[in-house]
Design a protein around this ligand. Sequence first.
Ligand SMILES: NC(=O)c1ccc[n+]([C@@H]2O[C@H](COP(=O)([O-])OP(=O)(O)OC[C@H]3O[C@@H](n4cnc5c(N)ncnc54)[C@H](O)[C@@H]3O)[C@@H](O)[C@H]2O)c1
Length: 341
Amino acid sequence: MTLRVGVVGFGYWGPNIVRNFANLGRDARVTWICDTQGARLERARELVEGARLTERFEDLLEADDCDAIAVITPVASHHALALATLKAGKHAFVTKPMTRTVAEAAELLDEAEKRGLTLFCDHTAVYHGAVKTAKDIIDRGELGELWYFDAVRINLGLFQRDVNVLWDLASHDLAVLDYWCGQQPVSVSAVGAAHGGQPHADVAYLTVHYASSFIAHVHANWLSPTKVRRIILGGNKKMLIFDELEVSEKIKVYDRGIEVRTDEEIYDALVQYRMGDMLAPRIDLTDALAVETRHFVRCTRGEERPLTGGAAGMRVVQILEAASQSIGLGGAPVPCATLRA
Ligand SMILES: NC(=O)c1ccc[n+]([C@@H]2O[C@H](COP(=O)([O-])OP(=O)(O)OC[C@H]3O[C@@H](n4cnc5c(N)ncnc54)[C@H](O)[C@@H]3O)[C@@H](O)[C@H]2O)c1
């Protein structure tokens, strides 16, 4: 059965979503594209044949030939648009970050569950072949006990008017953290600063604390002269580096670390270093959005369960919401309540 998809929001990211749904062959068809800025819809005409274009979101809600709606607008509007989508009996694909607050996310989850609809969060990063390869390595126990997650996502970025740099950039790393490590955070602390008269932090440092000694950190920056997209995941057996900008060797697994001996009396002698081999596993280079949109279609048919469903979207929002509060409190830790699985 062909999923008939409507897309609301046709700015920078919307066209990528439209193109990928349109490329799924018989699995999906883009039937509607909506943007309140009519001029933007002109480009849509060239991108996909046969889709109806409108400035009125209600047209998508009322349309018989629209089974699912992809919400690709700024985050402030996600909750209202996604809730209306679900209430109209349609599946919702909501780009990241899913909502502004955990309360908004919870309302979407409840609505989707009540109606038996798919609520899906567009955590695109999770669908990179490299991220999947790393997940397999983690799940096989190759890294051992996880000790830390350290992400850097910096570049001379497009300043967002409505959110700070963490909501824009760190949301990707937090989605990967959630997928790879899946631990419930205890608290979040963050500091950040805004420059050039801008209202929101453009440089920020976020730390997530857990009940175990595992710790996660994300550095996000719109003011960096060069682009870095790198995550280090340290375990007690091996360590892994994911460098998104590497052409082919995006994942490197290092057999390096420390070994602590307890039979010595002098502290310096206790810690020994292990400098073993590095391995760069082969990874699937299929475009992440192609994988993700196909997976969404299968979820709406009940054939697969969302890898990044509403609950994953809510867990990322929980950390971002706490981080914004912490920035306002000068970096004080903000506790995280345990969320439903
Ligand atoms: N998953 C990813 O990797 C990824 C990448 C980039 C952006 N995004 C997300 O996509 C969303 C949009 O980002 P963008 O950079 O495309 O923004 P943008 O400002 O370029 O585009 C947003 C578009 O939505 C339209 N719009 C806003 N409110 C609307 C409404 N109520 N009804 C209809 N149209 C409306 C605007 O007119 C605009 O054309 C953000 O939430 C962002 O975080 C996700």
